[in-house]
Design a protein around this ligand. Structure first.
Ligand code: PMP
Length: 404
């Protein structure tokens, strides 16, 4: 038995991390990691999360019973307000179907599964993905029988947004196509549309009656401001566009392993939202029965307590601020200290955890082989891997590979 099972290749990001761990070089740097690190390259437990954890530990009323199938209600409703805005017309009208999920990945899966079952696809069962995108989007869609197709997004010539390409593919796609859109801090490029560009994108989406599948994995983590990073999603809701949002608290609350997420589907009215939620509940039942309690309780405490919420915002600013400082310092080293050939302004313009450096695969490999600096082949670096101790070394090494 199982003789016909082929050996699958290891996940490329986890493979990179394994290679980094094995490297004995003292000054090695991991720029592949998709998780926040402090200035000493250590994972950071947010002070507000420590506080919320101790509150939970001392709460004698808590037990380990199952949560409802759709999750902890005080968590999902606060999470919906966080992304859609407390004044959201959709929240006020009670037309948001929210379900607690296994972090952002689970939200993407449940959202895709729901579309696969219930969306009236115009022709082929396809979802448009930005080129490039978070690599897992492809597998998540294929797992539920949806074919991923690509829309242009990144322009290697400008190391920025291919706005024309994006708009043109929205225009040329069949009506009622589904577009998966990164809400902010696009992974892997760090390239986001401006507010003016979002408005133009929304206009075409409205004209063509497309469906927006938002993936929001970095709210607050990108700019340091939770509202600013939710701007596009809220604008689309205001415009009355049909959409869903996948939400993750992995990055912005540092709760990676706790798997705290939510799927919010925003139908046109409360009655439809109720039917949608009933089907999400049926799907969730056969997949995980009930979502995990601990992380949702932590986030619920933080979102529903004004004092803790303020503390969380401060912690978010600490993380986003350190990342922005690293962008500035890497840029300063390359431009003012080393005068590295080429333009490096994209490092300042891109936002969030990641930056597309514009380094090609050969240069990226050279950084790994010769400088012990680990990054993905596409030249993406995680800003969280930079710190005051290694940024100069990284800049000098980039300078070296660029000059050949
Ligand atoms: N979407 C995007 C774009 C991401 O970058 C990530 C994290 N790498 C996720 C979703 C999901 O992450 P998680 O399941 O850990 O919340």
């Amino acid at each position: 038995i199982w003789q016909e099972v082929p050996l699958a290749p290891p996940d490329s990001i986890f493979k990179l991390t394994a290679a980094y761990k094995e490297d004995k070089f003292k000054d090695k740097v991991n720029l592949g990691v998709g998780a926040y690190r402090d200035d000493n390259s250590k994972p950071w437990v947010l002070p507000v999360v420590k506080k919320a954890t101790s509150i939970l530990l001392n709460d004698e009323t808590l037990d380990h019973e199952y949560l409802p199938i759709t999750g902890l209600a005080e968590y999902t409703s606060a999470a919906a307000k966080l992304i859609l805005g407390a004044d959201s017309p959709a929240v006020k009208a009670g037309r948001v179907s929210s379900v607690q999920t296994i972090s952002g990945t689970g939200a993407n899966h449940l959202g895709a599964l729901f579309l696969s079952r219930f969306y009236q696809f115009n022709g082929k069962k396809q979802v448009f993905l930005s080129n490039p995108t978070w690599i897992n989007h492809y597998a998540i869609l294929r797992n539920v029988g949806i074919e991923p197709v690509e829309y242009p997004y990144y322009d290697p010539k400008t190391i920025g947004l291919d706005f024309e390409g994006f708009i043109n593919s929205l225009k040329s796609a069949p009506e009622r196509s589904v577009f998966l859109i990164h809400a902010c801090a696009h992974n892997p490029t760090g390239v986001d549309p401006t507010q003016e560009q979002w408005k133009a994108i929304a206009e075409v989406i409205k004209e063509k009656k497309h469906y927006s599948f938002f993936d929001s994995a970095y709210q607050g983590f990108a700019s340091g401001d939770l509202d600013k990073d939710a701007w596009a999603v809220r604008y689309f809701v205001e415009q009355g566009l049909p959409l869903l949002v996948c939400q993750s608290f992995a990055k912005n609350a540092g709760l990676y392993g706790e798997r705290v997420g939510a799927l919010h589907i925003v139908p046109p009215d409360a009655e439809t939202a109720n039917r949608v939620k009933s089907q999400l509940s049926v799907l969730q039942r056969s997949e995980i029965s009930n979502p995990p309690a601990h992380g949702a309780r932590l986030v619920s405490l933080i979102l529903n307590d004004a004092g803790l919420f303020e503390e969380w915002k401060r912690d978010i600013r600490t993380m986003a601020g350190r990342i922005i400082d690293m962008r500035n310092e890497l840029h300063r080293q390359l431009t003012e200290v080393l005068h590295t050939p080429g333009s490096w302004d994209h490092i300042l313009q891109q936002i969030g955890m990641f930056s597309f450096t514009g380094l090609n695969p050969a240069q990226s490999q050279k950084l790994i082989d010769e400088a012990h600096i680990y990054l993905t082949q596409n030249g993406r670096i995680s800003m969280a891997g930079l710190n005051s101790h290694n940024v100069e070394y990284v800049a000098r090494s980039i300078d070296g590979v660029v000059r050949g």
